[in-house]
Design a protein around this ligand. Structure first.
Ligand SMILES: Nc1ncnc2c1ncn2[C@@H]1O[C@H](COP(=O)(O)OP(=O)(O)OP(=O)(O)O)[C@@H](O)[C@H]1O
Ligand SMILES: [Mg+2]
Length: 280
């Protein structure tokens, strides 16, 4: 390696190193939540689709180890999945499958494999490193996480430049979102958290939900997680999941589809700004 290219690689690696010494993918975006069932997987799929429609090369990674269900929502039957990577049988590039209908790639997880949800940290670190490496082949990587803030979530979201915390207006979802920020802050990941209010009955109600969360974060944690966007409650979401087809194909003009497309635009802008800042 020449001196110049060694320097370039070094500065690239430094850019990828987080405050706690781990490597971050500069284009990896994690999708998390305190409470389960708030719409992370549906949102991750739809966001990936919207980013792909906007011309980006996207990888959707099922990081809900042990309870994976991107494949279920899309009606896919993956022959290879993350289990093969974690067991050391295949490298991550060998389990990527193109999802032609959406124009993006998928790394599928394995559902019902209890051992995957309690991986030794060495294997998790290996997985995170492979994720950050493969991310260099893409414009954006969306990482769909399991609910809560356990070790797997903390480790995987540490590979992301931004964690989108999904909440609904249900009190339990809001208190769990607050707990996620609080515990995540102790783990050093709260700086990159942005809020997505999903299933909002209206824009006003969604804003109210965000403000309630913001107030608690400001008062008790001295943190101000920004609102990244809102997605309205939409009956079409359930219908499209039942048909195992993406909402942007089946109902592209629905409220929820339009809201996610607006968020995709914000993400594209955010990534471009971060890229510019990293180069400066
Ligand atoms: N904007 C929306 N409007 C209406 N329903 C929605 C919306 N978003 C999600 N849902 C509903 O929420 C359900 C749960 O979604 P999803 O499986 O994506 O949640 P999750 O957060 O990934 O769950 P888990 O924590 O179990 O992984 C969906 O089946 C869908 O019916
Ligand atoms: Mg899910």
């Amino acid at each position: 390696m020449s001196d110049a290219s060694a320097k370039k690689k070094l500065s690239k690696d430094i850019n990828k190193t987080g405050q706690h010494g781990f490597r971050r993918g500069v284009n990896v975006i994690a999708v998390a939540s305190g409470k389960g069932g708030v719409g992370k997987t549906w949102f991750s799929i739809t966001l990936s689709h919207a980013l792909a429609k906007a011309g980006k090369k996207v990888l959707l990674f099922d990081g809900d180890l042990g309870l994976a269900n991107i494949d279920v929502q899309l009606g896919l039957m993956p022959k290879r999945d993350l289990n093969d990577v974690i067991r050391g049988r295949l490298s991550i590039d060998k389990v990527i499958q193109p999802y032609k209908e959406g124009g993006f790639d998928i790394v599928a997880g394995r559902s019902g494999q209890a051992s995957l949800s309690a991986l030794p940290s060495q294997r998790l670190t290996m997985l995170r490193d492979q994720l950050v490496d493969i991310a260099t082949e893409y414009d954006v990587v969306i990482l769909d996480l399991g609910a809560g803030v356990d070790r797997t979530v903390r480790m995987l979201s540490a590979s992301a430049i931004r964690t989108l915390l999904v909440t609904t207006d249900e009190p339990t979802s809001l208190t769990d979102a607050y707990a996620f920020i609080k515990l995540g802050s102790a783990a050093g990941m709260s700086k990159n958290v942005g809020v997505i209010v999903n299933q909002a009955t209206s824009t006003t109600e969604g804003e109210k939900t965000y403000k309630t969360l913001l107030k608690a974060c400001e008062n008790f944690l001295r943190l101000k997680p920004p609102l990244i966007g809102m997605v309205r409650y939409d009956k079409k979401v359930k219908a499209t999941i039942r048909h195992q087809s993406p909402i942007l194909t089946r109902s592209p003009n629905s409220d929820a589809a339009e809201d996610v497309e607006s968020i995709a635009k914000i993400i594209i802008r955010d990534l471009a700004e971060r890229k510019k800042a990293a180069r400066a």
